[in-house]
Design a protein around this ligand. Structure first.
Ligand SMILES: [Zn+2]
Ligand SMILES: [Zn+2]
Length: 265
């Protein structure tokens, strides 16, 4: 069994729950400890039972509640060494015994859950994506990246569940209010993925096993859930992946509330 839930998603804060029979982990803690605990409680998970907190990268929307979660629940915190370096100050003191290192391209194991890391192109110290493997299922989590590398494409083929960033609609971003340097950053190779890029990517990596695609980290100003959803669905229809007789479901993660709960038994 593997359970996944988006607790919050977007530049106002990110946190994802992944659980199996014997392991409960939190990925990123970009909102207050209180809100994370409440979001977990809403899906029947007690924050005190978490085994670990994994950090994808050092941006504030992924770590602002990490220090408090680590201290309050005595969590082991896993991050790559450059992420630790960059995030340490913002997280406050965390006991040395709780500070654990992640490889940026490798794997670590919990009781019945293996976690593989994938290096991502993004303007942070050492950002990573994740693949979670229980004995029967696979879930990939890939957000905050400027483009799809061949390695990412190769690693996330035919997952049971694929959580991927659909950050912006290019036209909305280009015609919007953001200053040009910020637009350039978002559109750049180490920025964020557009609906169009992710739609194309998904048509290449969704496979016969894939049950759920979750579109995550949507921009509040440069995207809408409808635009992201229809870009991805029309691409998946064209590639033959989204047909009435198939089990594939596409959903969009909510910004502030727990969403896209999935339990694969
Ligand atoms: Zn982010
Ligand atoms: Zn980021």
């Amino acid at each position: 069994m593997i359970e996944v839930c988006m607790l919050a998603s977007g530049s106002s804060g990110n946190a994802v729950y992944v659980g199996t029979e014997k392991t409960k982990i939190l990925i990123d803690a970009g909102l207050s400890g209180k809100r994370i605990a409440a979001a977990l409680a809403s899906i029947g998970v007690n924050a005190a039972e978490l085994d670990a907190l994994l950090l994808s990268h050092d941006h504030i929307d992924h770590i602002c509640g990490a220090g408090i979660m680590a201290r309050r629940y005595k969590l082991a915190v896993f991050a790559t060494q450059p992420t630790w370096q960059a995030a340490k100050k913002r997280m406050g003191t965390i006991a040395a015994a709780q500070c654990c290192y992640l490889p940026n391209c490798g794997s670590i194991s919990f009781a019945d859950l293996e976690v593989e890391t994938i290096p991502l192109p993004h303007d942070a110290a050492d950002p990573v994506g994740f693949i979670f493997r229980s004995p029967q299922h696979t879930v990939a989590l890939v957000t905050d990246l400027g483009h799809i590398t061949p390695y990412i494409r190769q690693r996330v083929q035919d997952m049971d569940c694929l959580i991927v960033e659909a950050n912006h609609d290019e036209e909305m971003l280009l015609n919007g209010q953001y200053p040009w340097p910020l637009k350039k950053r978002i559109l750049g190779d180490k920025g964020h993925l557009s609906n169009k890029t992710v739609a194309e990517f998904l048509s290449q990596v969704v496979g016969p096993k894939t049950q759920q695609v979750v579109l995550a980290h949507l921009s509040e100003h440069n995207n809408t859930p409808q635009l992201a959803f229809s870009a991805v669905c029309s691409s998946l229809k064209k590639s033959g992946h989204l047909r009435p007789e198939k089990k594939l479901k596409v959903s969009v993660a909510a910004r502030h509330t727990p969403s896209c709960y999935l339990r694969l038994a």
